[in-house]
Design a protein around this ligand. Structure first.
Ligand SMILES: *Cc1c(COP(=O)(O)O)cnc(C)c1O
Ligand code: SF4
Length: 322
């Protein structure tokens, strides 16, 4: 908060909202309105509270920038070829034993570096009941699928009732032995992790959550409380981080983040090299620098704090460790 006196109450969803909250100057609006036509804006109260300026580690992640209108030559609207690998709406099946299920494409916040930025948005991609049924049928017809990864968008903004229904349908498929949910909700909007939601996730099939967080500031006491609520239900939580210039591209920032995750009982799992989505070049960190940071951390931080540094190759070739 610019004046530090009141707590924000509502999610900012427009350029005018950013100006009203004092997060950007009024004269920057025209270019950002152009950005907003292509890429959704959402900054929850929990994240607003952490932003002191557009160029700090949290501001950079969520406040749009005119540079998003410039697509670099190597950038692509579908950097990892999700669409080409989608046999039925909502499913991405690239690795034999794992399938992604995207029940919706809305998120609590919209990250400026998102690799699915061309697809995600507030009014996009909620699968209908018929589409969900077709997705379950695809998984049921492919006995090689052992794990279903719910992603999107962010599945944890669905109602507990809807999540229960999805998890029950997946658990009923005999060869699905693992469930995973990729989410930013415990940090971006911890109030959504209610007892009712935690109960909906308490299913017989082992369920992991992969939490997306990029800076130690995101691991607030409210986020830790939300994570604890999930962990008390027997849900192990993994950490996923995108290496981002200006946000976390230093030994200090990543070390602090990984330690904050461990204190919240979150095991750092992946450090992602940025995918080449349009208008994200300002976040690029050379892989050599990422390798250096992790090498310098090793020896100075618990081995349990170190994730695998991973790159998802363009064209659907899959993930490789860097
Ligand atoms: C990343 C990804 C997964 C999950 O990969 P893990 O290495 O098991 O975390 C599954 N399917 C697709 C298409 C993916 O991009
Ligand atoms: S929460 Fe995930 S899917 Fe949504 S905008 Fe951020 S990175 Fe993209």
């Amino acid at each position: 908060m610019p004046d530090g006196t009141q707590s924000p109450k509502r999610t900012i969803r427009s350029v005018a909202g950013l100006v009203a909250a004092g997060l950007i100057p009024a004269h920057g609006q025209a270019a950002l309105n152009e950005v907003a036509k292509s890429y959704a804006i959402a900054i929850t109260p929990a994240m607003q509270k952490l932003i002191a300026s557009p160029s700090d580690p949290i501001g950079l992640q969520f406040i749009p920038d005119a540079a998003e209108l410039i697509t670099a030559p190597h950038e692509s609207v579908d950097p990892i070829a999700d669409e080409a690998l989608s046999p039925v709406p909502g499913i991405v099946h690239r690795y034999p034993d794992r399938a992604l299920l995207k029940p919706l494409l809305a998120c609590p916040v919209y990250c400026r570096f998102c690799f699915r930025r061309e697809q995600v948005g507030p009014d996009g991609g909620l699968l209908s009941d018929a589409q969900l049924t077709a997705a379950y049928a695809y998984i049921a017809a492919h006995p090689e699928i052992r794990e279903v990864v719910l992603t999107g968008g962010d599945p944890l903004i669905l109602s507990p009732r809807r999540l229960s229904g999805i998890l029950a349908a997946l658990s009923a498929i005999p060869h699905v032995e693992l469930l995973r949910i990729h989410s930013r909700v415990p940090v971006a909007d911890p109030a959504l992790i209610t007892d009712e939601l935690a109960a909906a996730l308490d299913v017989a099939t082992p369920l992991f959550i992969a939490l997306h967080a990029n800076h130690a500031h995101e691991i607030t006491p409210e986020a830790v409380a939300a994570l604890t609520k999930l962990q008390r239900r027997g849900i192990p939580i993994l950490g996923q981080t995108v290496l981002l210039a200006g946000v976390n591209d230093s030994e200090e920032a990543l070390g602090d983040l990984f330690r904050a995750m461990l204190r919240a009982r979150v095991k750092p799992y992946y450090l992602h090299q940025l995918d080449a989505a349009p208008g994200t070049a300002r976040f690029h960190v050379p892989p050599a620098r990422g390798r250096d940071i992790l090498a310098n951390l090793r020896g100075n931080i618990s081995g349990t704090a170190l994730p695998t540094y991973i790159y998802d190759r363009p064209g659907g070739l899959g993930k490789i460790p860097l």
